[in-house]
Ligand binder design. Structure first.
Ligand SMILES: Nc1ncnc2c1ncn2[C@@H]1O[C@H](COP(=O)(O)OP(=O)(O)O)[C@@H](O)[C@H]1O
Ligand SMILES: [Mg+2]
Length: 253
């Protein structure tokens, strides 16, 4: 089943009363369940705007958006937020973790906001499980400042997963990370995708796109290319090929 159907989407930002900035200009896209799509394109081409629309953070100005068959383009802000909390997980370039809070508590947070009456014990259990999925069980008590960049991004991924979203959206998830750490994030994404989660990732790095199953190239608010990835790379294999360094993670206490 199609998870995302976008039809002829327009989005224009209005700066003051004078200036209109067209960010999406008649964009159509279908994403099936289980896809792993990389969105590529130069800065300003509309990648983040597209993610915000798909992620129900923002409404399109014009066009149709079906999310798992539900027409969400014209929902009120509150209804849109409810859909977002239920179906979408976000990972950003700048991890956006709360600094005075442990890894586990950061991951618990989205469940605290969900009003489906989970007990604290159940929230903790689910958060631990999500940390386990990203291989960070042993760092549950650490605060973000005690974690490497890659570990912080893994906490952010666990936080996105804990609500069991239909789609995981990642906007430049490796933008602040070195090559090896970026590969570790891709390894986690490939594993999650193998387990069935639908993944959409923005990147401006061509190389990172080769871990996805499909690359979509944007320019000036439109899709200009959309191809399956031939010779897809496995992040775990690519990691093996890197020269061995003193493990960065061990140096962070
Ligand atoms: N909040 C905003 N207000 C005004 N203009 C914006 C805003 N966000 C993005 N834009 C503009 O919309 C266009 C697309 O931006 P964006 O989606 O951030 O592109 P990308 O993520 O590919 O760099 C750019 O011209 C950008 O300047
Ligand atoms: Mg962007």
């Amino acid at each position: 089943m199609a998870v995302v159907v976008l039809e002829d989407i327009f989005k224009t930002y209005h700066l003051g009363s004078e200036v209109d900035v067209p960010a999406l200009r008649g964009l159509s896209l279908v994403l099936e369940a289980g896809e792993f799509a990389a969105i590529l394109g130069p800065s300003g081409s509309g990648k983040s705007t597209l993610m915000n629309v798909i992620g129900c953070l923002d409404r399109p100005g014009r066009g149709r958006y079906l999310l798992e068959g539900e027409d969400v383009a014209k929902l009120s802000r509150d209804r849109l937020a409810a859909v977002r909390n239920r179906k979408i997980g976000f990972v950003f370039q700048s991890f956006n973790l709360l600094s005075r809070t442990s890894a586990l508590e950061n991951v618990e947070l989205p469940l605290m906001y969900k009003s489906d009456g989970l007990s604290l014990r159940e929230i903790q259990r689910r958060a631990s499980e999500a940390l386990d999925q990203v291989g960070l069980s042993d760092r549950a008590d650490h605060h973000p400042s005690q974690l490497s960049g890659g570990q912080q991004q893994r906490v952010a991924i666990a936080r996105a997963l804990v609500t069991e979203p239909t789609i995981l959206l990642a906007d430049e998830p490796t933008g602040n990370l070195d090559t090896r750490t970026g590969l570790e994030i891709m390894e986690i994404f490939q594993k999650l995708n193998d387990h069935g989660i639908t993944l959409i990732m923005v990147t401006h790095e061509q190389d990172i796109g080769r871990f996805a199953k499909r690359t979509i190239v944007m320019r000036d608010g439109r899709i200009v290319r959309d191809d399956p990835v031939e010779d897809r790379l496995a992040a775990s294999d690519e990691k093996e090929k890197l020269p061995v360094l003193v493990a960065e993670e061990e140096s962070v206490q």
